[in-house]
Design a protein around this ligand. Structure first.
Ligand code: GYE
Length: 348
C-alpha cells in the first residue's frame, strides 16, 4: 500500500474507532475524553518497527499569551510556537492584548475544548483563583510561564517557569549604587514602570528600591507606568522631561520603554547614555544595539526563550511525572562594552 493510501486508511480507522467510542458512551481515561474533538490534525503519525504507520494522540496545549507589547514578548511567542512544533505538541495559541479579561476567556475556552494542559503568562498578578479553580475541577493541569500569580492556593498550578524579577531589579540597583558610589549630590532617578499590577513591574521596582537605599543620594523623583511599550515609554519620558529639568538617571523596566524614552531624550536635545544614564531590563536585539551605541548604559538580561523548558514540563506533566514547582531561568547582565561584544551572538 502506498503511504498516502495508508494515511487515508489510518484516518478512516480513527474515525470508526471514534464513532465506536462515542457510541459506547465511554468516558475512559484522560486521553480518551477529548475524543469528540479528535481530528487527524491532532495525531502524530509514527511507524512501528515493521514500518506500519500508527496514529498517536498529540498532546494539546492551550497557551494564553499576554499580548505583543514588546520585543521580549515577540521572542517569547516565537520560542513557544517553534518549540511546540519541534516537540510535536499541538498548540492552541491565544493573544490577550494585555487584558486580563481576554486571558480569562481564553482559559475558559481551553477548558471547554478539553485541552490536555493549559499554560499562560498572567498579565497581572491578582484575580486568578476562580478560573484556575475551574481548570483544576476539570482536571486540566496549569503551568505558569514568565509571570506568576498571587494566590494563597499554590495547588492551583503545577509549576512556574520564569525569571526572578526581584533579582533583576536588584542587579539594576547594584550597578547604579556602584556607578554613583562617589556622588556627593543628589542623583535624580526617573522610573518607567511596566504594566501596573504585573509581576515584573512589581518585582523590578521592589528589588531596585531594596538596593538603592544603600546610598541616600540616589532618589527616585518620578515613577509612572509605560505599560512595557515603546510608544508609552516615549510619551511618559516626554512628560518627565517637561516636569523635571535635572534628570540624571532613567530606570526602565524593559528595553522597549527605554527605546521610546531615548527618542524623547534625543528630541529634547539631550544625549542618552551621557546626559541621562539609562538602565533597562530584557536584553532584546534593539536594546543591545542601543547599548552597543552607548545609549543604554546597563542592561539586565531577562531570557524570553522559555519554549523548550515549557514543552518539557508539558510532556512530563502529561506523562504523570513530577515537575519542580519553580523553574528559574538563567540570565546575565551587560554593560555597553559587553553589549558591543555580545551583539553578534544574540539569538533574539
Ligand atoms: O520584560 C517585557 C514584557 O513578563 C518578563 O513583559 C516579561 C516582561 C518583559 O512585555 O518586555
Amino acid at each position: 500500500m502506498k503511504p498516502n493510501q495508508m494515511r487515508t486508511l489510518g484516518v478512516i480507522l480513527s474515525a470508526v474507532l471514534l464513532m465506536l467510542t462515542v457510541a459506547c458512551g465511554s468516558s475512559g481515561s484522560k486521553k480518551q475524553e477529548p475524543a469528540g474533538e479528535s481530528t487527524p490534525a491532532s495525531t502524530t503519525e509514527t511507524k512501528t518497527e515493521e514500518g506500519d504507520a500508527v496514529s498517536e494522540p498529540k498532546i494539546v496545549l492551550g497557551f494564553a499569551q499576554v499580548g505583543a507589547e514588546s520585543g521580549w514578548r515577540t521572542a517569547n511567542t516565537k520560542s513557544i510556537q517553534d518549540s511546540a512544533k519541534e516537540a510535536g505538541i499541538e498548540l492552541k495559541f491565544s493573544d490577550a492584548q494585555q487584558k486580563q479579561e481576554n486571558q480569562i476567556k481564553a482559559i475558559r475556552s481551553f477548558i471547554q475544548q478539553k485541552v490536555d494542559v493549559i499554560a499562560f503568562s498572567p498579565v497581572v498578578e491578582s484575580g486568578w483563583d476562580t478560573v484556575l479553580k475551574e481548570a483544576k475541577d476539570a482536571g486540566i493541569p496549569v503551568i505558569l510561564t514568565d509571570r506568576s500569580v498571587d494566590t494563597a492556593d499554590t495547588s492551583l498550578y503545577q509549576s512556574f517557569i520564569g525569571s526572578d524579577f526581584v533579582e533583576e531589579g536588584r542587579s539594576a540597583g547594584k550597578w547604579l549604587v556602584d556607578t554613583f558610589k562617589d556622588a556627593t549630590e543628589q542623583v535624580n532617578i526617573v522610573e518607567l514602570e511596566g504594566t501596573t499590577g504585573s509581576a515584573p513591574a512589581n518585582d523590578r521596582k521592589a528589588g531596585f528600591n531594596e538596593i538603592i537605599v544603600q546610598n541616600p543620594n540616589l532618589k527616585v523623583i518620578a515613577s509612572q507606568t509605560g505599560d512595557f511599550t515603546r510608544a508609552k515609554g516615549k510619551e511618559v519620558m516626554q512628560s518627565f522631561l517637561k516636569a523635571h529639568k535635572d534628570i540624571d538617571v532613567l530606570y526602565a523596566h524593559n528595553d522597549d520603554m527605554a527605546l521610546g524614552a531615548i527618542q524623547a531624550i534625543e528630541a529634547a536635545g539631550l544625549v542618552p547614555g551621557k546626559d541621562i544614564i539609562i538602565i533597562s531590563v530584557d536584553g532584546v536585539h534593539d536594546g543591545f544595539v542601543a547599548a552597543s551605541e552607548g545609549k543604554i548604559n546597563f542592561i539586565v538580561e531577562c531570557n524570553p526563550l522559555l519554549g523548550p523548558q515549557l514543552m518539557q514540563a508539558v510532556r512530563d506533566i502529561y506523562e504523570g511525572k513530577e515537575v519542580p514547582k519553580r523553574i528559574v531561568t538563567k540570565e546575565g547582565v551587560f554593560t555597553s562594552e559587553d553589549a558591543k561584544r555580545e551583539l553578534p551572538n544574540r539569538q533574539y
